[in-house]
Design a protein around this ligand. Sequence first.
Ligand code: 13P
Ligand code: SF4
Length: 320
Amino acid sequence: EAEQQVYKERIKRLLKEKNAVLVAHYYTDPVIQALAEETNGCVADSLEMARFGRDAKEQTLIVAGVKFMGETAKILSPEKTVLMPTLEATCSLDLGCPIDKFSAFCDEHPDHTVVVYANTSAAVKARADWVVTSSIALEIVEHLDSQGKKILWGPDRHLGAYIEKQTGAEMLMWQGACIVHDEFKARALASLKQQYPDAAILVHPESPANVVAMADAVGSTSQLIKAAQTLPNKRLIVATDKGIFYKMQQAAPGKIFLEAPTGGNGATCKSCAHCPWMAMNGLDAIEQALTDNSGHEIFVDEATRVKAMIPLNRMLDFAA
Ligand code: 13P
Ligand code: SF4
């Protein structure tokens, strides 16, 4: 605690000195989320992080999250310095969708509109017609489907299946998954629900279809926080990374939050529903990044950046 306080004070001073602002995702350590709040930074889902970074007046963005979030910030603000606590923080969706293979898949279907999830590399975004995040994917696919477009979707197969079900669109799909959400188990969730029949179930759509099917609310991290606030239930079972509880408790004080089970035996696993890459973001690493850029700065080559900016801006314009 005392040590954390020392780090926080030093980081606050560095943020001012370097004209920098902290942009954090809901899955990061609560101490980082609190610091972002205290310093007029932002704590948000991936769409809002992109928007906040783009509009920030500071010269430096320090992005606490995973690599694709830093890259998105850089693509939208090439004139800003974009730093990350660690460049090692990746995402299984990004890892599972290498540009050469994905591009070959797209080449096989030239008549398809390529829609990619934001959880991808800059190179994959550069190959896409549209980028979407979980908070706006449904609306964008609905829009494209209504125009009669054939859609190629990647990389998250669970989010893709959910969108297909909701919109009736048929999509050619890349078979990627999030290693965190893929672990939620429907059977164990059903027994937890039996134990607490009054509880509402909140699910991020990167979860398997049989888990999504049990949800009272499905949505991006921001949308789930909103649902925690607006649903009348006092008890909520949450199927997403546990970092989100920090904001959910703030948004819905007095409610009781339960982690959705990740094991097959009904036991709630205390550590499974936490993204190992999000967990790499620490106060020490933030201080390091602000003290010395080297090894912390995000670069995207200009040709890729210019191409990736087009589908990203399409999403932001659509969301506006
Ligand atoms: P959100 O856009 O809902 O914040 O999702 C990002 C993510 O990585 C979920 O696992
Ligand atoms: Fe990627 Fe899943 Fe981690 Fe989100 S929780 S960053 S989708 S691995």
